[in-house]
Design a protein. Structure first.
Length: 633
């Protein structure tokens, strides 16, 4: 086994070395389906920017992803197809001008859309896009009035109670919904043939409208006290519009995008146009160019990434290579870590609202992120650079600021969020907003808490009895599911959360007999597939329980085996079979290779990280070798 493990590690290491970019980073694709491709076509046509080669390339990719029944899916085993994704793809193709509505593939797409309820049944964010591009009227379906942006942070509810991930999208939507903005051109297609008779009963529709009205009335009542300050309602609305504009513009990154998010930037462009900005305004053109710069090639076709994942990829790969035996003095590590040092953030971002007394020092996710750090990228980057810092005293401040920032992000409940502290008011889950629990809040999660504990336990001098660690462990104890698993917010899903929790607990003093660990290990063994691997469906997100994929993937297997290695003093049959799967299937290329392993919003937005097939198997094989083969000659 030793020879085969070493051989596979060498193969993975060589691939990663070869794929490193000149600046030291790894720019593996961050793939999220066809929606961003379609939105890019719609944006370019709306702005009358004639990028015909790009549009044609995006059309080609969208068509290549269509299913035989005419639909588009957001993950392989999704039933039939995804209605919103299909509407968006159909709209993008039609708006491109290169595909006609009577083409066979378009007729199939139309049939699927109508069968699923038509545009009437589209998701909220698809409906917003349809409204702002003139396909339907702006109804009062968005529950947050524009004036809510003026509510102070001490108000019972305010805009900073929404996660920054959601806020970046919701602020421009608030402005667009308030102005009921519509932008059409001579090329805007007519999608009226995609409307079907609404099958939502009058009773259900009534209550959905009432929920929206009630929320708007409640939030408006909170702003009533502001009217005396601003004299008149129209003045209040004018100030709110200016506040929304400034919120967006102050968070534009060096590439022109809003926090490096495609959807937020797309919405910001239309929001700025609604305020009277010219299509040729520099801030508009910079934003478009920023989106274009996020294009990537996948299998010879152009895909518009939702964001770039360069910092995340680079931190994980640098650490994995070092765990595999590459020294910190090797050029590949030196280049990677110089890149990471250059991406540490020293500006205050929105996180300071709930974390007033902490200095900046975290890392973000994407290449040009300067004001939007997160806990996971911070601990990942610190893992990668720790050996360089240990040998260079002049870099100790990098470590101190990064570590202090990560620790200070601990929530009051003891767990860790992604972006901001204590953004977890559950009442916001009642807002009639699609994907509210994924979009509106940034609560403690098992994946963030587990990975942070693993970092603190293995790479810092914090004692296991330190209150920071004890509170984190206590939070995991309360969050464990009855079957022994944990749910992971940013990965798929229960395997991911369980891996993070187990490795975190083991780093902080737990052992295989700790009840939490014992239950988790038993659960992982129970769900192992006959081929020795593991696999989990994206359906786990919406079902709110583990759903097997009925096929094994490299990434899920690596996570599961790594957790078992951490929890086991000696190797086991489950571990050996998992390692065998990683070795035998390392070169495998089928649908499981492209299956999403991350998610942004359950049921709608899933992520295929092209780096994961290398990172996690290499890390797991390295840990296996360190623990069980270190004395084998």
């Amino acid at each position: 086994m030793n020879r085969f493990v070493a051989s596979e590690m060498e193969r993975l290491t060589n691939i990663l070395k070869k794929d490193q970019s000149p600046d030291g980073s790894w720019d593996y694709s961050f793939e999220t389906g066809v929606s961003t491709d379609a939105y890019m076509i719609i944006l370019l046509r709306s702005l009358e920017i004639h990028e015909e080669k790009l549009v044609q390339a995006l059309v080609e990719r969208i068509i290549s992803k269509q299913e035989k029944n005419g639909a588009w899916k957001v993950f392989y085993d999704e039933d039939q197809g995804n209605l919103s994704a299909t509407i968006e793809a159909y709209y993008g193709l039609l708006y491109s001008g290169f595909v006609h509505s009577d083409a066979p593939n378009m007729l199939k797409a139309k049939q699927f859309i109508l069968k699923q309820g038509g545009l009437n049944k589209a998701g909220m964010f698809t409906k917003i896009m349809l409204a702002l591009t003139g396909q339907e009227a702006w109804p009062n379906f968005f529950p947050i009035p524009l004036e809510a942006i003026l509510l102070p942070v001490y108000s019972p509810l305010n805009i900073y109670d929404i996660s920054v991930f959601g806020r970046a999208n919701i602020v421009p939507i608030m402005l667009l919904a308030h102005k009921k903005y519509r932008l059409t051109t001579s090329q805007t297609p007519d999608l009226s043939h995609l409307y079907a008779q609404r099958d939502l009963s009058g009773h259900e529709l009534y209550w959905e409208q009432m929920r929206t009205i009630e929320w708007r009335n409640y939030l408006s009542s909170l702003t009533n006290s502001l009217q005396s300050k601003f004299h008149t309602l129209s003045h209040l609305e004018e100030i709110a519009a200016e506040q929304a504009k400034q919120y967006m513009l102050k968070r534009v990154e060096p590439d022109g995008t809003l926090l490096n998010y495609f959807s937020a930037t797309f919405l910001m462009i239309y929001a700025l146009l609604s305020l009277g900005f010219s299509k040729k305004d520099k801030r508009i053109t910079n934003a478009v160019n920023g989106l274009k710069s996020m294009a990537t090639f996948i299998d010879g076709k152009i895909h518009m990434q939702y964001t770039t994942a360069d910092v995340w990829n680079t931190s994980l790969i640098s650490y994995a290579l070092q765990e595999a035996g590459i020294t910190e003095n090797a050029e590949v590590i030196q280049k990677a870590n110089r890149y990471l040092f250059s991406r540490q953030q020293y500006k205050y971002g929105d996180w300071v609202v709930h974390n007033t007394y902490t200095r900046p020092g975290g890392w973000g996710f994407s290449n040009l992120n300067t004001i939007h750090p997160d806990v996971d990228d911070t601990t990942a980057s610190l893992r990668a650079v720790r050996r360089n810092i240990a040998s260079q005293p002049d870099l100790h401040q990098v470590w101190e600021r990064g570590t202090q920032w990560g620790i200070a992000m601990q929530n009051n409940d003891g767990g860790w969020p992604s972006f901001e502290r204590n953004v977890d008011k559950n009442i916001l889950n009642l807002l009639p907003v699609q994907g509210a629990k994924f979009l509106l809040l940034d609560p403690s999660t098992a994946d963030l808490t587990g990975r942070t504990l693993e970092f603190l336990g293995n790479f810092t001098n914090l004692n296991q009895s330190h209150s920071v660690i004890k509170r984190g462990v206590d939070w995991l104890r309360k969050d464990q599911k009855q079957n022994g698993s944990w749910y992971g917010r940013w990965g798929i899903c229960y395997i991911y959360g369980t891996w993070a929790a187990v490795t975190g607990l083991m780093a902080c003093g737990s052992n295989r007999e700790t009840p939490m660990v014992r239950k988790a290990v038993q659960w992982l063994k129970e769900i192992q597939n006959e081929d020795g691997g593991w696999g989990e469906s994206c359906k786990s997100d919406t079902k709110k329980s583990y759903v097997p994929l009925n096929s094994s993937t490299l990434t899920h297997t690596a996570w599961a085996v790594d957790a078992l290695i951490a929890a086991s003093p000696t190797t086991t049959t489950a571990i050996e079979n998992g390692i065998q799967f990683l070795i035998e299937e390392g070169n495998n290329r089928d649908w499981t290779s492209d299956y999403p392993k991350g998610q942004g919003m359950g049921g709608a937005f899933y992520i295929h990280y092209h780096s994961y097939r290398y990172i996690w198997p290499l890390l797991t094989l390295s840990h296996y070798k360190q623990k069980f083969l270190s004395n084998v000659i």
